[in-house]
Design a protein around this ligand. Structure first.
Ligand code: Y12
Ligand code: CO
Length: 174
């Protein structure tokens, strides 16, 4: 399955993703294609809507102490629901759909998420650190929310200006 990353300002990223009801081979194919795409593009998280599939599915692979993304650390998260959250933290986030931009974003420090795996089994994830930040970032994608939506008015204006300029440069260099 060939997937391409949808980039801001594509309106597709604003779609609200639909609940996964059927855990069949087509879902598995999508997840199997999202995982290598995330790794090969230096991502640590990717939501299905970022590859133009508006379903409530996301993959995460947080690098270990050596910076490796071991296959056994891969998390496939379907239909996530946050059941608890606490604390506050801030991290310089990036997004494969908003290339070359990194901004400090405030998030909950600890979260508890109920979700289903690729077979529809119910699971619970208690997360802190980078995993907690990443899962909040990816769950926002399911609602059509991007990390840049959380910037102050002034910072967002600056971002839009810089991003437009960068897009023009990319177009000319093609
Ligand atoms: C902390 C903060 C944000 C997240 C969400 C997941 N974000 C990513 O996985 C971002 C990946 C990313 C990768 C890039 O590298 C390449 O595209 C090769 C990148 O660099 C450029 O755009 C040039 C930017 C972002 C999780 C945890
Ligand atoms: Co993102």
């Amino acid at each position: 399955m060939k997937l391409n990353i949808v980039e801001y300002p594509d309106k597709k990223l604003r779609e609200k993703s639909k609940e996964v009801k059927i855990f069949d081979a087509s879902l598995h194919k999508l997840l199997d294609a999202m995982n290598p795409l995330m790794i090969n593009t230096n991502g640590i998280g990717l939501a299905a809507i970022q590859v133009a599939h508006p379903v409530r599915a996301l993959v995460l692979n947080i690098p270990d102490e050596e910076g490796e993304q071991a296959p056994e650390n891969l998390l496939e998260i379907i239909n996530p629901v946050m059941t608890d959250k606490s604390g506050s933290t801030s991290y310089q986030e990036g997004c494969l759909s908003v290339p070359k931009f990194y901004e400090d974003i405030k998030r909950y420090e600890n979260v508890v998420v109920n979700y289903q795996d690729r077979h529809g089994n119910t699971k619970t994830l208690e997360a802190d650190g980078l995993l907690a930040i990443a899962i909040q970032h990816e769950m926002d994608h399911l609602e059509g929310i991007l990390f840049i939506d959380k910037l102050s008015y002034a910072r967002r204006k600056k971002f839009e200006k810089e991003y437009k300029r960068m897009q023009k440069e990319r177009k000319h260099s093609k």
